[in-house]
Design a protein around this ligand. Structure first.
Ligand code: AMP
Length: 634
């Protein structure tokens, strides 16, 4: 700890070239870069131009060469009762054999590989194998069902899919293969090959000439050597789909060199993770946290990463803390919802194990409420650090840099801007930068975004510019779509989204995607989906539907049957993760006179808040009916 946070941050803003040149030394370059950041085409930015590197080399090979016997990957499944430990040398062998399988099927640099897998080590091997070859991976969260998966297949156009027979959730087998087969049937693009990992959980049928047997190929190719493809720093490493305000998810596209440097920097300065130690992130590889802080970040830093399949409460609520003790975890990363789940369990579970190795617990992905933060901090007796970021940024925008100085957390605030982020609060109407403390504004980041952040929307530069960079005409500022304020000490407080994105248990969902799915039910004429505050999950989705024929839900029993049908449709098409908590039937939806749906007013009524100025509301009866339904009168 040689520097204070303030000095470090100032330097990253005042002398970005000097700052990032120093940080870039944290990774290996096959060829050095000759320009730190190319800003000739705003809002696009190219980092470490001219440099050549490889994510897999930095995450695996360089450690395998110097510390082959050190632990790299620990996999624990409380679902199937298995644990496996891989050294860096063993991880390299696994990644190489996976790379040989992909290369053998003709996968080359720039090709897309879609990964639809549960939390098994092969998911990390597949991601790293793609990185090794320069293929672009696109991981789709296992909780998404066939329709959502088909959309992503059509957008990414993968040459190959890596999948498995099944995952497991709460001891229940969740088959993946039928969902994948259905998705490929629905998709216009047909991947040539599917590499199937058979966990022996769920019998499945192979599609001739398409489905490949992972175990047989692994055996045949074991020991194969596949060297790392040295890639231009701004080559594409991966795309990851995230929800926005339209029904069509965006492929967040990231580079190679900027991402590697940003992750290495964050591991040292933010997480204070050190080579030889163990990092435990409870997220899933289907989310950005899984990419940055299960797979790439800890490994780039030379740490062992603990990958966990299961819930926080099985076999009991002590399971994570047993792992902290057993594997001497020093840095842990989870989400507020997981902590709220633990809060309902026997508190003795948190003190049963020796947590002396643990230095801090980081929580991210959704707002961290003060009671939850206090409870877990007291229960484990460790600093609890909130961190605020997005799929788009790939690493924290706001938090406390634990590797630099142990700053005091403030409850309710994720903290202060991280190096390279020129964070601003903008007046909603004028776009002016709000300088005085305690003013609510749109949280924005001035151009250029630091390394590691999204390069563009996959195959849609225009959408990237229009979506993120158009909130203040004439200015190059990136909008996060979150409201925030800053106090007199420079700490930020996040006040919620400014768009129709909702956050359920840390999972980001677009209400429009759910609406489109429900509107496809033959009985539904129109639907509105809103996010409603929930004590456990932060928010839950709630749907209000107008039926083509109201007689379909004339009695409570009929309404329940129809609601069940609609929920099943969401489960089957998008996945249970997107399932609304309720579907209520109404005569009409609250709209403006010009026909715009007033989602915010519906949300306010559901949360028993004042819906505010309703001057534009066309028919007050619409809101009144929703009020009666949610208050139980309807
Ligand atoms: P995702 O891209 O899924 O990580 O979701 C990003 C969004 O989640 C942000 O734009 C915020 O709305 C919310 N979010 C993430 N982390 C935090 C946090 N620490 N505090 C408050 N909101 C958060």
């Amino acid at each position: 700890m040689t520097d204070s946070y303030a000095a470090l941050y100032r330097r990253s803003i005042d002398d970005p070239d000097g700052f990032w040149t120093e940080q870039a030394r944290r990774i290996d370059w096959e060829h050095p870069f000759d320009q730190v950041c190319d800003t000739s085409r705003p809002p696009f930015a190219r980092w470490f131009v001219g440099g050549r590197t490889n994510l897999c080399h930095n995450a695996v090979d360089r450690h395998a060469a110097t510390r082959p016997g050190d632990t790299a990957l620990i996999w624990v499944s409380s679902e199937v009762g298995q644990e496996r430990v891989y050294t860096f040398s063993e991880l390299k062998d696994e990644v190489e054999v996976m790379a040989a399988m992909l290369a053998g099927q003709g996968v080359r640099a720039g090709d897309r590989v879609l990964i639809y897998l549960p939390m098994i080590p092969e998911a990390a091997f597949a991601m790293l194998a793609c990185a090794r070859l320069g293929a672009i991976h696109s991981v789709v969260f296992g909780g998404f069902a066939s329709h959502a998966l088909a959309n992503r297949i059509d957008d990414a156009e993968p040459v190959l899919v890596v999948s498995a027979d099944a995952g497991s959730r709460n001891g229940r087998v969740v088959p993946y293969k039928p969902l994948l087969d259905e998705a490929i049937r629905l998709a216009a693009h047909k991947p040539a090959k599917v590499l199937m990992i058979d966990r022996g959980l769920s019998a499945f049928e192979r599609v001739a000439d398409r489905d490949l047997d992972h175990a047989a190929l692994r055996e045949r190719l074991w020991g194969a050597r596949v060297s790392c493809e040295w890639l231009p720093s701004d080559a594409i490493s991966y795309t990851l789909y995230t929800s926005g305000t339209t029904g069509r998810p965006k492929g967040v596209q990231r580079d190679v060199g900027g991402y590697a440097v940003a992750l290495a920097t964050s591991m040292a300065q933010i997480y204070d993770g050190r080579a030889g130690e163990t990092f435990f992130s409870t997220s899933d590889i289907g989310w950005v946290v899984g990419h940055s802080y299960i797979v790439y970040g800890p490994l780039i830093a030379g740490m062992a990463t603990l990958m966990y399949e299961g819930t926080p409460v099985s076999p009991d609520a002590a399971v994570w803390w047993r792992l902290v003790e057993q594997y001497r975890v020093t840095v842990m990363f989870s989400a507020p919802t997981a902590v709220r789940v633990l809060k309902k369990q026997d508190p003795a579970c948190l003190t049963r194990h020796d947590l002396s190795s643990l230095r801090a617990l980081f929580l991210a992905g959704e707002p961290l409420d003060e009671p939850t933060a206090r409870w877990i901090a007291d229960a484990i007796g460790k600093p609890v650090i909130d961190n605020y970021w997005q799929t788009e940024t790939g690493w924290p925008i706001l938090t406390l840099a634990r590797g630099v100085e142990p700053a005091q957390p403030k409850f309710g605030s994720p903290g202060v801007p991280m190096p390279g982020y020129r964070v601003q609060l903008l007046d909603e109407r004028t776009g002016a930068v709000l300088e005085a403390p305690h003013q609510k504004g749109l949280l924005a980041i001035a151009y250029p975004l630091p390394p590691g952040c999204m390069q563009t929307v996959w195959r849609d530069d225009e959408r990237f510019v229009r979506t993120y960079w158009s909130s203040v005409p004439g200015q190059q500022v990136y909008s996060t779509f979150d409201w925030a304020l800053r106090d007199e000490d420079g700490y930020y407080f996040i006040l919620g989204r400014s768009d129709d994105v909702i956050n359920v248990a840390g999972h980001r969902l677009g209400t429009r995607e759910i609406e489109e799915c429900i509107a496809g039910h033959p009985a539904v004429a129109e639907v509105a989906v809103v996010g409603v505050a929930d004590a456990l999950k932060g928010q839950v989705a709630m749907a209000f539907a107008v039926l083509k024929d109201p007689a379909r839900a004339a009695t409570p029993q009929e309404a329940l049957v129809l609601e069940g049908e609609i929920l099943k449709r969401v489960d089957q098409q998008l996945g249970a993760v997107a399932r609304p908590s309720r579907v209520r039937f109404v005569q009409l939806l609250p709209k403006t006179r010009s026909g715009k749906l007033l989602r915010r007013a519906i949300q306010a009524v559901c949360e028993q808040r004042d819906p505010g100025d309703l001057i534009t509301l066309d028919d007050p009866a619409a809101l009144q009916q929703i009020r009666e339904l949610v208050s139980g009168a309807g």
